[in-house]
Design a protein around this ligand. Structure first.
Ligand code: PGA
Length: 262
C-alpha cells in the first residue's frame, strides 16, 4: 500500500512567531492522534524553515521548501538552492506549484530543471500539475496535465522516480473554496498514474504517490482520500489552522483505514 502523505503549504503566510506556534500545535496534534502510518510535512516560508524545524523537532512532521532554484550556487539574487534547503532541515521541495507557474510565469522547462536539481540534491519532490478553469471547460484537462507531467518526468530515471510524488491541483480549485469533486479528482489521478505506467511500468506507477490539492477542508478530506488513486493531500489555507490540519490528517487516516478510532 502507498503510505498516505498529507502536507500543508503555508505559502506567504505566518510570522516567525505565529509559524512556530502553528508548528508546535501541529506537532502536538500529530502526537496525540495515532498517525504513525502517514507521512506529514509542512512547507513554511524559506525564512522560517529553521525556526519551524526547531518547533517540529522530535515530532513526526517534516519540513519542505516551497520552491528552489535549479542551479547549485552563484549569481542568482533572491534564489535558494537545493543544498540550502537541505542545510535548513528540509526533506521535501515543492516544484511547479500553480502560483509559480501562473503568477511567476514558470514554464514546464523551468519546473523540470527544478525537479532534477531537487532530486540530485537529495530532496523528495512534490510536483504540482493541474489545469486552469478555461482549460477544463474547453475539455483540455488531460492534454494540459499530460504535458506538465511528461515535461516533469523527462530524463528522470526509474530509480529517481522514487523521490517524486505528484500533486494534482486544478487551478480553479485553489483558494476558491470550490474543490474538485471526488470523482473529478479520482479521474485525474488515475490519468496521471496511467502516464507514469506508460513511462515506467506498472510497479513504479503503483508505488508513486499522487496527492490532491485545491480547497481541501476537514469536511471534504475523507471523501477525497477514499478514492483509490488519491494517496494524500496538499492543503493550503486549511493548513494555517492547526485544528483544521489535524482534522484533515485524521480524516485521511480514517479514509485509508489506518485509524480505527472514530
Ligand atoms: P488551498 O491551496 O488549499 O488554499 O486551495 C492548495 C494549494 O495551493 O496547494
Amino acid at each position: 500500500m502507498r503510505k498516505p502523505f498529507v502536507a500543508g503549504n503555508w505559502k506567504m503566510n505566518t510570522t516567525n512567531h505565529s509559524g512556530m506556534t502553528l508548528a508546535r500545535a501541529v506537532a502536538e496534534g500529530c502526537r496525540n492522534s495515532m498517525l504513525e502510518r502517514m507521512d506529514i510535512a509542512v512547507f513554511p516560508p524559506f525564512v522560517y524553515l529553521r525556526s519551524v524545524g526547531r518547533a517540529l523537532a522530535d515530532s513526526r512532521v517534516a519540513v519542505g521548501g516551497q520552491d528552489l532554484h535549479w542551479e547549485q550556487k552563484g549569481a542568482f539574487t533572491g534564489e535558494i538552492s537545493a543544498a540550502m534547503l537541505k542545510d535548513s532541515g528540509c526533506v521535501y521541495a515543492l516544484c511547479g506549484h500553480s502560483e509559480r507557474r501562473h503568477v511567476m510565469g514558470e514554464s514546464d522547462e523551468i519546473v523540470h530543471k527544478k525537479i532534477l536539481a531537487a532530486v540530485a540534491g537529495g530532496l523528495l519532490v512534490v510536483v504540482c500539475a493541474g489545469e486552469l478553469l478555461e482549460e477544463r471547460q474547453a475539455g483540455r484537462t488531460e492534454q494540459v496535465v499530460r504535458r506538465q507531467v511528461e515535461a516533469a518526468l523527462a530524463g528522470l530515471s526509474a530509480e529517481k522516480l522514487g523521490a517524486v510524488a505528484f500533486a494534482y491541483e486544478p487551478v480553479w480549485a485553489i483558494g476558491t473554496g470550490k474543490n474538485a469533486t471526488a470523482d473529478q479528482a479520482q479521474t485525474a489521478h488515475a490519468f496521471i498514474r496511467g502516464l507514469i505506467r506508460n513511462s515506467y511500468g506498472s510497479e513504479a506507477a503503483s508505488e508513486t504517490r499522487i496527492l490532491y490539492g485545491g480547497s481541501v477542508k476537514p469536511g471534504n478530506a475523507r471523501e477525497l482520500m477514499e478514492q483509490p488513486d488519491i494517496d494524500g493531500l496538499l492543503v493550503g489555507g486549511a493548513s494555517l489552522e492547526a485544528g483544521d490540519f489535524i482534522a484533515i490528517l485524521e480524516a485521511s487516516a480514517h479514509a485509508k483505514g489506518i485509524i480505527n478510532r472514530e
